[in-house]
Write a protein that binds this ligand. Structure first.
Ligand code: HEM
Length: 214
């Protein structure tokens, strides 16, 4: 949908934005509480959750909440994140991406290859974190796994958490670095210029939709 008066395109519904920000807030709390339990040097972070035992109790529940909030994002956006031939071409030109030589890139649809990799990286990390987290959740599941399985789960949990933190940092950096992107998730809309520059194929598809005769 576009508005020819001020050249603005809708990108996210209110529901999608609430879903995204609920997920982001809970995921950040999940990461802070996890880091607090991970290393003695970060134990002071347990103060944010009322102390050590309280952090240990709340952390897995935050994980359950993230599974649901991310699940909502997954269902909303998975159809736009399947890999296609243009994505491989875009990846081959990643040097032009970071050096702002946009004219050398193939036209991009709703998401570029980098965004799709972030999406799948987040999805995979959350699955590994959740499954390994259940194995480590002694309060309810101690008797279902062996000690060796719990050791393996602890390593997988730490690796997936490190991966997720790196991916989230890249995601936030990219959202700020590509000027005009943040408003997609705050106001739900983007400018025609932003879409022309970064997601031209998506812009053309949006303009061609029935009801858009401009
Ligand atoms: C902390 C956990 C976060 C998670 C798990 C997360 C997840 C996501 C997902 C799945 C999408 C849809 C992208 C796709 O389908 O490929 C998205 C879009 C977006 N996110 Fe986040 N996000 C997080 C935090 C943030 C933060 C802190 C910011 C702000 C700096 C942010 C800004 C955005 C923006 C602007 C978009 C829209 C990008 C576009 O439409 O091109 N996100 N996020």
């Amino acid at each position: 949908m576009s508005d020819d008066r001020d050249n603005i395109l809708a990108r996210y519904t209110g529901g999608a934005r609430v879903n995204h920000w609920a997920n982001a807030i809970i995921l950040i709390l999940l990461a802070i509480s996890g880091l607090a339990l991970f290393h003695p040097g970060l134990f002071f972070l347990t103060g944010l959750f009322g102390g050590g035992p309280e952090t240990r109790a709340v952390h897995p529940w935050l994980g359950v909440a993230v599974l649901f909030t991310f699940g909502g994002l997954f269902v909303r956006f998975v159809r736009y994140n399947f890999w296609n031939r243009d994505d491989s071409k875009w990846m081959a030109h990643v040097g032009d991406v970071v050096n702002n030589r946009d004219e050398k890139l193939p036209e991009v649809g709703r998401y570029n290859a980098g965004q799709k990799l972030v999406f799948w990286g987040m999805s995979l990390s959350i699955i590994v974190l959740f499954v390994s987290g259940l194995v480590l959740w002694d309060t309810y599941f101690f008797q279902y796994t062996t000690i060796d399985q719990k050791r393996l789960a602890a390593v997988a949990h730490a690796l997936a958490a490190s991966g997720m933190i790196v991916i989230v940092i890249i995601h936030i950096y990219a959202a700020i670095w590509v000027r005009g992107t943040i408003r997609a998730m705050t106001r739900g809309s983007v400018t025609g210029g932003w879409a022309w520059r970064h997601h031209r194929k998506w812009l053309k598809e949006e303009v061609a939709k029935p009801g858009n005769d401009d």
